[in-house]
Design a protein around this ligand. Sequence first.
Ligand code: AMP
Length: 223
Amino acid sequence: MKIILLGPPGSGKGTQGELIEERYGFPKYSSGDILRQVAKENTPLGKKVAEVMKKGELVDDEIVIQLIKEKISRKEGKQGYILDGFPRNLNQAKKLEAMIETSKEIVFDIQLSEEDIIERLSDRLICPECKAVYSSKDWRKNEKKTCKKCHVKLIQREDDKPEVIRERLKVYQGQTKPLIAYYKAKKNYYPIDGSGSIEQVFDKICLVLDRELMFSEGEAVLK
Ligand code: AMP
């Protein structure tokens, strides 16, 4: 089973992807996390990727597709995997389709209003070590603003600054949103209201996944 998480920045794809990984055991591949790792390297590629990400634009398709291809061909993803942030445009979606064998593909489109997106992104902090995301509700409870797991100080993502958020939203509207029509035209497209709590959104996803898994033989077993 291949699970694709669509949705604007800040809609909760990463958080929901982690919960799906934990409950169903499929590995999650986040193109954003993979690219942030590449951007840290002091290489021509790392520098190029860092420059693009800083502006909130999309990294070249060829680079991202190659990185994702390496991940999904690993044996731990044999039973399925979760893609968070990939595909981001029509070309990537078509390339992904050419990579995916016949196994079932499920697309969750986590929807959120622009107002909510801006509020969530400008207020969230992340752990620089484990990449856990903390909403303002979470980090305000914690005076030291440190990660619960790694105990290091939480930081704001460079591309969560207001001017970059605006660019990321523009990119989403222009390049990623057309993917909705593309996947709607296929089977297994599920729009999900992303405005509820993490648990409410996850419950909706589980309803779909539990049903899909029940009817697909030889796939992962529920934990
Ligand atoms: P994310 O963590 O998914 O919000 O992604 C952060 C940034 O990484 C984006 O603003 C892009 O610059 C880059 N990025 C992530 N996924 C992709 C992708 N599939 N294609 C191109 N660029 C991407």
